[in-house]
Structures are given as C-alpha cells and as structure tokens.
Ligand binder design. Structure first.
Ligand code: SF4
Ligand code: SF4
Length: 497
C-alpha cells in the first residue's frame, strides 16, 4: 500500500524517513543511504523514503538511481522536486523520468536559494513556482495517477508571514495537492494550529508532520542557517546546551513528539535526524510503541514557549493547555496606506478596471501603439521611465503589480515568487538576506493592510510567466490579451469580454 493510501487509513500513522536531507549531506554517501533503506525495510516499520531530487553539489550520485534501488528493494520513494535550478521543461522531463522508473509520489517545493559556493557551479533559475507547477500538472491527464504533495511552514513569527503561508496552502489544495507536509519545527502549538486551520477551512488532505530529532548537531545546523526558515526555540536550545550531546533524551523527545502529533490528528510523520544510521531510528521506533496512549501527558513537557518573544498564532490559546482553542485570534488593525500604494491603486482603477473612466481610451491607444513601431517604442519608454523608479520595474512584460500589493516581484523577491512566499523567511527577513532585507511578501502584506484588515490573495493564481514577453510593454500586452490575464478587448465597443 503506498504512503498516501496509508495516510488515509484511520489510525495507521505511517512514517517516512527523510533519507537525503541536503543540508546534512556532507558525510553521506550512496552506500550508507541505501543501507539505511534496506535495514529499515527489513525491520518493516518504515517503508517510505523522502529523497531530494537534487542532492547538493558535494554528492556524485543521482537521486533517480537511489529511487530505483529503493523500488527494487520493495520500498517507496517520495521525491521532493525543488524548482531552484529547473525551468518548466526540465521539471516535466525529470518528472517523467521518475514516473517511468516507477515513482508515484512527489512533493513540489520552490527550493532553497543556493548558497554562494553552490551558486558558482549553477545559477538558480526559478522559472516557475510550486503553485504554477500544480497548475501545469492539472492540465496533464496522463499525470493524474501521481500523488502531489505540498509543503507549508506553520512556524512563522509574524502575522504577515504566517497568513500568507496558510493562504498559499489553500491555493495549493484548490489546485489539486493531495497531501501536506509541514516544515521542520519544534512548537507544538504551531503544529496544532495547522490542524485547526485545516479543520476550519475544510481541508481534508492528509497532514504529515516533519519531525527532526532535536540534538546538538541539529541545533548547530539550524543556528548556521543551513535549514532555511527553521528556528529552534530558545528554551529548547538552552536545554540542549545544558544536557550536552546525549542522544537518549533527544530520542525520548522525538518519541513523545510523535505521540502528541498523532494524538492531535496528524495522519503520518516525516522523520529525520542529523545522523544516518537505522540503529538510531530503531530506538525511536522501539520506544514509540506503548507511549502513544499517554500523549496528553507530554504536551506540557514539550511546550518550549518562553513568552519573551511573543509571536503570532492564528488561534487563541486554549486556557486548559498550551495548545489552541478553535477561536481565531484577532489580527492587527489595518493602517493608513502608503502614498505610493494609494497612487497605484487609483491609477489601476482608472486604467485597468473595465469600469474605470480611462479603460476604453487607454485600451484603444494601446491597440493603436501595438501597430506602429514608433508608438510602441514611445509607450515602452513611458512605461519604463514611470515604473522603474516607482517599483524597480524590470519590464517583464506581464505585470502582476495589481495582485501583489503594487510591489514588483521581479525586483523584490530573489526567487521571483508570484503566488505567495517560500517558507524560508526568518522573523520577517528574506531567506537570502537574513537580518538585512524584509521578505517581499511581508512587504506585500503590509501594503495590503492599507485597504483591508483581513489580507488574502486578491487575484486568481498567476500561471507560469510567458518568458517571450520579457522586455516588452506590459501595458500593451494587457490590452492586446497577451499577458496572463488574457483579456479580450473589443476595440469597436471598448468592452472587455
Ligand atoms: S511589468 Fe513586470 S517587472 Fe515591471 S513592475 Fe510589473 S511585474 Fe514588475
Ligand atoms: S523575498 Fe520572501 S518569498 Fe522571496 S525568497 Fe525571500 S523569503 Fe522567500
């Protein structure tokens, strides 16, 4: 039975092992990865293995070979397909290769931004994001048999980060994601929050908790920012520092965490640790048996919140325990919009909204300019000189300012994400510029707070960009129906159809 089906079987709580955490790959070689899988399969309690499609540059083997060998040993690989280095065609080719080899389960992620050393060997591409990939796959009937997983980070510090994570999750589910994997985290209340959010929004896709054993080695990796978007609570860190490198308490903590997560309603778990030896995992599996019934006794013990750095939770705290009630927490009040935002909003209404007073006239002028080289060049220049200083416009030819709080994703987000943020931001800062530059989507959130208190996406999901439009006029592309909105402007009547 495959992992997804087991997830949907009541009480089954299947485990998958994160066999190839790319951040811990330095000491791993092919043999100890495949040996881990074989030992686990012999034991029988773990049959599914999570592999990153693209191991780090330090590794010389292919994940396809590892996936084939796991399948040959009667195991199941889940491939985590990161979109960092692949354009849409390469992604499809890779997907087909894995499917031909017999892989049926995938998780799609935008992917971590490469470190500087890695980027020297290969430049990041970020041609499409995980939402756009789901949109492409929805149109491909021959791929309906594959299980499509998505990732969410419920461990965000600020409202402006967390709300987008949930909005993006809703978007992925509406586009056909079959199961949900959480980011690594250590805050039980946040784990619980994700369950409650799914219940509130009638999301029935199975939830898989990402449980990474918290020991000193893991703490070191997190502090060195080797796992973007992951934070270890201060109280847990202090506890690790006091107790020094003992594996036994770490095993106990993992076992108790698994029991609580199952009790809370997660349908399965993705296990991982900084060591790659099945004998260590076996200790977790052995201790796990028999402790599951007692899960409620562990909740207080695993509460690492210290209250010194208050953070946003989607639900109000349950006064009975350290988890959540079903009552959503209040969000920050809306504030006065910035002048740039107000100006942009007004121009957008004036020109781009069909009911706007200048819509017909602008549409006709754009159509006229599209037929004349001189006038096309004139309008192109006008667009460039007006939007470059205001938004850092890169003339991508397919403008999404209207959907992103009038901020340009081309100049604002290193991963060029148009459908919500990645999971990598830390305390509102971008994964690529920690402590220096605010996450683009955090800024979008603040801009949108200027007009509404409850921020949500204001437009439909944005499909993969037509790269042939690069360096063309987005104004003309909009009115001639070439951009992603495919607007039909009937020049004679001036009405959109
Ligand atoms: S046209 Fe493209 S590059 Fe220019 S502001 Fe709009 S989204 Fe940004
Ligand atoms: S700006 Fe935000 S969404 Fe973009 S890469 Fe940075 S953290 Fe991720």
């Amino acid at each position: 039975m495959n992992f997804l089906r087991k997830l949907s079987t009541s009480g089954s709580f299947p485990l998958c092992y994160n066999l190839l955490p790319h951040f811990a790959a330095a000491e791993q070689d092919y043999n100890n990865l495949i040996n881990y899988a074989k030992d686990a399969l012999q034991d029988g309690r773990i049959q599914t293995f999570f592999l990153s499609d693209r191991p780090t540059c330090k590794q010389e083997f292919s994940s396809l070979r590892l996936a084939e060998d796991i399948l040959a040993a009667d195991g199941e690989p889940i491939i985590s397909l990161a979109l960092t280095f692949h354009d849409r065609k390469t992604v499809m080719d890779r997907l087909q290769k894995y499917i031909r080899a017999g892989v049926q389960q995938f998780v799609f992620v935008s992917g971590d931004y490469p470190l500087r050393i890695e980027a020297k060997n290969a430049k990041p591409v970020y041609d499409i994001d995980s939402v756009q990939l789901l949109m492409l796959l929805a149109d491909l009937l021959e791929l309906t048999d594959i299980a499509k997983g998505c990732v969410i980070n419920p461990f965000k510090h600020f409202e402006s980060e967390q709300i987008w994570q949930y909005e993006k999750l809703r978007r992925k589910i509406s586009l056909g994601a079959d199961f949900i994997v959480s980011q690594i985290g250590y805050d039980l209340r946040k784990f619980d929050e994700l369950i409650q959010f799914c219940t509130l929004n009638k999301i029935t896709a199975p939830l898989v908790a990402n449980v990474y054993t918290a020991d000193m080695q893991t703490a070191g990796m997190i502090q060195a920012r080797a796992i973007p978007g992951v934070k270890m609570p201060g109280s847990l860190l202090r506890m690790l520092n006091e107790k020094k490198p003992e594996w036994k308490p770490a095993v106990r903590r993992t076992v108790k965490t698994l029991s609580v997560l199952k009790g809370l309603g997660y349908q399965g778990a993705l296990l991982g640790s900084a060591t790659i030896s099945f004998s260590e995992t076996k200790k977790i599996l052995d201790e796990k048996e028999g402790l599951e019934e007692e899960w409620q006794n562990f909740v207080a013990e695993l509460d690492y919140s210290d209250g010194s750095a208050p953070q946003f939770y989607y639900f109000q705290k349950d006064p009975q325990n350290s988890l959540n009630s079903s009552e959503p927490a209040p969000v920050a009040l809306k504030h006065f919009p910035s002048l740039t935002y107000l100006f942009s909003y007004f121009i957008d209404w004036l020109v781009y909204v069909p009911q706007g007073p200048l819509f017909k006239m602008t549409g006709r002028f754009c159509h006229f300019c599209s037929t004349s080289r001189f006038w096309y060049g004139f309008l192109w220049l006008l667009e460039y000189v007006s939007k470059r200083p205001l938004y850092g416009c890169n003339m991508c030819g397919d403008c999404t300012l209207y959907a992103c709080g009038f901020l340009c994703y081309q100049s604002g987000c290193p991963k060029k994400l148009q459908n919500g943020p990645c999971g990598g931001s830390i305390e509102g800062y971008c994964e690529v510029f920690p402590g220096k530059k605010r996450c683009y989507w955090v800024k979008v959130y603040h801009n949108m707070k200027g007009v509404r208190q409850h921020v949500t996406f204001t437009a439909q999901p944005i499909p993969a960009r037509d790269t042939s439009l690069h360096r063309t006029s987005s104004w003309i592309n909009f009115f001639t129906g070439k951009d992603h909105r495919k607007m039909k402007f009937e020049e004679t009547s001036g009405k959109p159809t």
